[in-house]
Design a protein around this ligand. Structure first.
Ligand SMILES: C[S@@+](CC[C@H](N)C(=O)[O-])C[C@H]1O[C@@H](n2cnc3c(N)ncnc32)[C@H](O)[C@@H]1O
Length: 479
């Protein structure tokens, strides 16, 4: 049964923004703001909302001579279950930010029904928060797997059809578990994708292909994409790659014989039942008055004319993760990547290490004095590295220009980023980005929040090269 939010909301349950959030029953009003609570330990209700007004009591410091507001303590409350409500926990994604960060920016700098964009949307954290808070959302990401995750996480499904296809898949998997499926004549191998036989035993390749074929029979695009994404979540588990390593690497103990016993059908069955519950819950809310769209793939060339009320993002770091390599196995099985796509795709990532010699033959010159000093030092030690850093800031400058172009006057661009040490030299990315935004496009840096980067599983702050606690910034730029 679909819960009609608009029906659910009544006069008492209107917040100051006058719109209900996409949750029922567990919504409370506190100081005229909506507070969402989710079930925690022993069924006790816990908050997942960060209160923007409470932050004003925090300390103001200076870093790189810029005023920053410390928000480590209010953010540190958000761990465990408080990070994976609704569809946030549907698929893992490296360097994903916690939902409370975009939530804070969206609540502080936009209103319901307005348009929010995340030009490096990754797994769609901003987009999910935006639609839960009743904003319209646009997402952009170069990584095809990120586009799929973002689309699925923000698309409520027809509950009857979802149930129908779910039951059909369960029946199919039960046949697989009982060994009653007809074996396939051809199984994916190295000619379909590089080293496929290295990563998956023959039995697993056969079973994954059988599941993939079955999912591809689903006519409803949105439901098919949901199940393909669920398939992507089990790929590491059924492969010979170590589940704990970011980049696929064979485990020390991985032996083909051992892998024969990996119960692919059982693992997929238990995973879809969990993900189905998440999707059913999310889809039971009415999102009809907001829309979310993935509008393209390049944050440096945005296919919109204007009309955006807020941009919130966490762009890649200077020494960016190699998302193509990290996700190549998942992307292959989700039907998103072929061998010929890998290299050209890699080259389009901001922060890519795949650059041409021509790009660093000479010491690159930036319009930013500070960046030029950093480049000069690094160029002496490592020419290619200097080229990579230069290119990173050049591409980020294009992105700043694109966001400036599509934002409405006085609207904000919130960028979540930290500094890096490269070849033992500090690259103060937040400072450089702020200076470039101001000097090249006339943005005004109206606020900066900072917080310690903590390992949320262990609740331990992560130290930097110099032994200091690493900070991440939320830079707020105004057009
Ligand atoms: C730090 S991640 C974003 C994570 C996201 N905030 C989340 O919560 O999942 C940075 C993203 O930038 C994307 N990216 C890199 N280069 C890009 C480009 N040229 N255009 C668009 N996206 C790009 C990567 O694919 C990656 O998903």
């Amino acid at each position: 049964m679909r819960t009609d939010l608009d029906q659910f909301s009544n006069k008492k349950l209107k917040n100051k923004e006058n719109t209900p959030l996409a949750f029922d029953r567990k919504i409370f009003i506190y100081k005229s703001e909506w507070i969402l609570k989710i079930k925690g330990k022993r069924n006790r209700l816990i908050d997942i909302f960060i209160n923007p007004t409470s932050l004003q009591e925090e300390k103001i410091n200076k870093i790189y001579n810029l005023p920053v507001e410390e928000i480590t303590s209010p953010l540190s409350k958000f761990i465990g279950k408080k990070l994976i409500y609704m569809t946030h926990g549907l698929h893992i994604y490296p360097a994903k930010f916690i939902p409370q960060i975009p939530q804070l920016c969206i609540r502080k700098y936009s209103k319901p029904s307005e348009y929010v964009i995340d030009p490096f949307c990754g797994s769609g954290t901003t987009l999910v928060e935006a639609i839960l808070l009743r904003r319209n959302a646009y997402g952009i990401d170069i990584n095809p797997l990120a586009q799929l995750i973002s689309r699925v996480k923000t698309t409520p499904l027809d509950l009857d059809e979802l149930e129908f296809y779910y039951q059909q898949l369960i029946e199919f998997l039960d046949l697989g578990i009982k060994n009653k499926l007809t074996p396939l004549e051809s199984i994916p191998n190295n000619s379909d994708f590089p080293n496929l036989e290295y990563w998956f035993s023959e039995k697993v390749r056969m079973e994954l292909k059988q599941i993939q074929n079955q999912i591809n029979l689903i006519e409803n695009n949105q439901i098919r994409e949901f199940f393909l994404l669920v398939l992507s979540t089990i790929i590491r588990k059924v492969s010979l790659a170590d589940n704990d390593q970011l980049h696929p690497a064979k485990t020390k103990y991985a032996k083909i014989q051992k892998n024969h016993t990996i119960p692919t059908f059982e693992i997929f069955k238990s995973t879809i039942s969990k993900k189905y519950k998440i999707m059913k819950h999310f889809s039971s809310f009415n999102f009809s008055n907001v829309k979310c769209e993935i509008i393209g793939k390049d944050a440096t060339d945005i296919e919109l004319t204007n009309g955006i009320d807020l941009a919130v993002t966490s762009p890649p770091y200077v020494n960016a993760l190699d998302y193509v390599r990290i996700h190549k196995l998942e992307a292959f099985w989700a039907g998103l990547l072929k061998e010929k796509d890998i290299l050209p795709l890699r080259q389009q990532f901001i922060g890519t290490e795949n650059i041409y010699v021509d790009e660093y033959k000479e010491l690159p010159q930036s319009p930013n004095k500070y960046l030029n000093e950093v480049l000069k030092k690094i160029y002496k030690m490592d020419k290619k590295r200097a080229g990579i850093i230069y290119k990173y800031f050049a591409e980020m400058t294009k992105n700043l220009g694109e966001i400036h172009r599509i934002l409405n006057e006085k609207s904000k661009y919130c960028i979540v980023i930290g500094s890096n040490y490269i070849n033992n030299i500090l690259v103060p990315t937040p400072k450089i980005l702020i200076e470039l935004a101001e000097s090249e496009f006339g943005f005004k840096n109206i606020k900066n929040y900072v917080y310690d980067i903590i390992n949320r599983r262990l609740k331990i702050p992560r130290a930097d090269h110099g032994g200091t606690i690493r900070k991440e910034w939320i830079i707020v730029l105004e057009k």
